[in-house]
Design a protein around this ligand. Sequence first.
Ligand SMILES: *[C@@H]1O[C@H](CO)[C@@H](O)[C@H](O)[C@H]1NC(C)=O
Length: 288
Amino acid sequence: MSSSSTSKLSTFLLLFIFLGSISIVSADFNNEFDITWGDGRGKILNGELLTLSLDKSSGSGFESRNEYLFGKIDMQLKLVPGNSAGTVTAYYLSSKGSNWDEIDFEFLGNLSGDPYILHTNVFSQGKGNREQQFYLWFDPTADFHTYSILWNPQRIIFSVDGTPIREFKNSESIGVPFPKSQPMRIHSSLWNADDWATRGGLVKTDWSQAPFTASYRNFRADACVVSSGKSSCGGSASSGGNQAWLSEELDNTKQERLEWVQKNYMIYNYCSDSKRFPQGFPPECKMA
Ligand SMILES: *[C@@H]1O[C@H](CO)[C@@H](O)[C@H](O)[C@H]1NC(C)=O
């Protein structure tokens, strides 16, 4: 091999290593989030790990410093292990005011060995009632797993470890408001909800197991940040970054994965709860 091709190869390898390291860099929690309540029960360690805890006197929570209007947002969570019955770990995007928009993940704890429920909901202009619930195909307390929200003007996709579990499409054409003009912050909290969370409230929190702790790491947001009314994404793709996520949709493989989850792991879908909607399902249910 000539020396010039060797140096080309090493330049290429260096570039490769460099680009590889950029793609795994995740944001510093200290720059991105504030612990908002819990009197010391929420902690950021080294900028890399965030923990929330709950005991008999209080839970805790945090929120993002940034407000986002569309984004692809990943967070790794490791949920309360052991007997987590009665506890709820909520991780969601929400705007403010009485006509707020919200995109929710909520993790409902359970007795040791019994499955967590992943509860999801979408609010637009103050109206939710769009619950879908799932079991997971792994133990969410044994390790960190990635929970993602893709939110662009056409759709909201909830994913777990890259597998889509739910899609909420923009159905404005049939009169369903879609979250697209109110910036949202990321929020998370761990609290006691033993009046409803586990088996509908039958199983109470066992305080002898407290404190309960959930952990977060590897936050990453490819998102449009709104500050003083201006979006970092500008009017066009002017910021130069890769904004493919702004028009991303499910390809065939992902669509099949979504169907696999919905068939095998979905335990509640408001769009098939005919008792709840005797006058007919909400209009967006026809779009699925
Ligand atoms: C807890 O476990 C029970 C029994 O397997 C199950 O019916 C329930 O859906 C599980 N999850 C929650 C949050 O109640």
